[in-house]
Design a binder for this molecule. Sequence first.
Ligand SMILES: NC(=O)c1ccc[n+]([C@@H]2O[C@H](COP(=O)([O-])OP(=O)(O)OC[C@H]3O[C@@H](n4cnc5c(N)ncnc54)[C@H](OP(=O)(O)O)[C@@H]3O)[C@@H](O)[C@H]2O)c1
Length: 271
Amino acid sequence: MKFKRQHVIITGGSSGIGKATAIMLVQEGAHVSIVARHLETLETAKAELEAVKVYPEQHIICLSADVSQHDQIELAIARCVEELGPPDILIASAGISHPGYFHELPLHIFEETMAINYFGTLYAIRSVLPFMQQNKRGHIVIISSGAGLIGIYGYTPYSPSKFALRGLAESLRGELKYFGIDVSIVYPPDTDTPQLAVENLTKPHETKLITGTAKTWSPEGVAATILQGLLKNDFVITPGLEMKLLQGWHSMLAPVINWYFDKIVKGVRSI
Ligand SMILES: NC(=O)c1ccc[n+]([C@@H]2O[C@H](COP(=O)([O-])OP(=O)(O)OC[C@H]3O[C@@H](n4cnc5c(N)ncnc54)[C@H](OP(=O)(O)O)[C@@H]3O)[C@@H](O)[C@H]2O)c1
């Protein structure tokens, strides 16, 4: 078991993809720290993790912090390290999405999405880095999205934040390699989580038709792909063939994808 006795910190570990990944890592024998804002959800997730422990000395902790506040996430990670030792793996899964029409969405949605999805990930990485550098090893996993590979109608706050993570991962990979630290970036497709349910409340009809063309994954399916990617030390982790093709060919495919998306939107607009 590669993950046995490793300390894994997961931001956004109280729900969805982060929680599913936490459960699988606990089942593999890892010590897991989960960080998110709401204490009640964290405590519920912690109980779920405790229930799948595979040996008595395995530790699970949960800490409340807002990743978009540098001091909060830095302090939370310092506490995780105090309790469970330096992290072997960071999985930065905390994120939000609020789709809508660009001209209708208030500016604060764009600012908040970038603050949580991009800067929240960056702050978490900066907070684990000194410990990983000291140990000369570690693995950082950044959760982007299929919407970080192509811009999608209705996702003007979200897509740019996930594109930014791609830029961060690609530029960071080579730098951290020389400290013995690996970087991976994950491009999940639509996944059946509380985030997707919240998205559906404000998603434009056109966006629903566009995203409805692809299969919705389970959080467990995405988590299993993340663990496989970690084991193989893959830089790019793509759940499913669609994401694999999109990741490899997005620029080449963009004209066809845009034509197809425009066709869907035209169908709605001309009704
Ligand atoms: N679901 C999808 O279709 C999909 C597709 C592609 C990529 N993704 C990405 O996958 C990641 C996980 O998404 P999910 O679908 O699993 O969402 P989710 O079920 O809503 O979980 C999001 C997690 O992030 C935490 N979080 C949100 N804002 C935070 C903040 N400011 N500080 C700390 N924690 C925060 C949430 O807890 P609190 O609210 O308590 O803080 C929760 O634990 C996100 O980065 C998302 O963009 C999701």
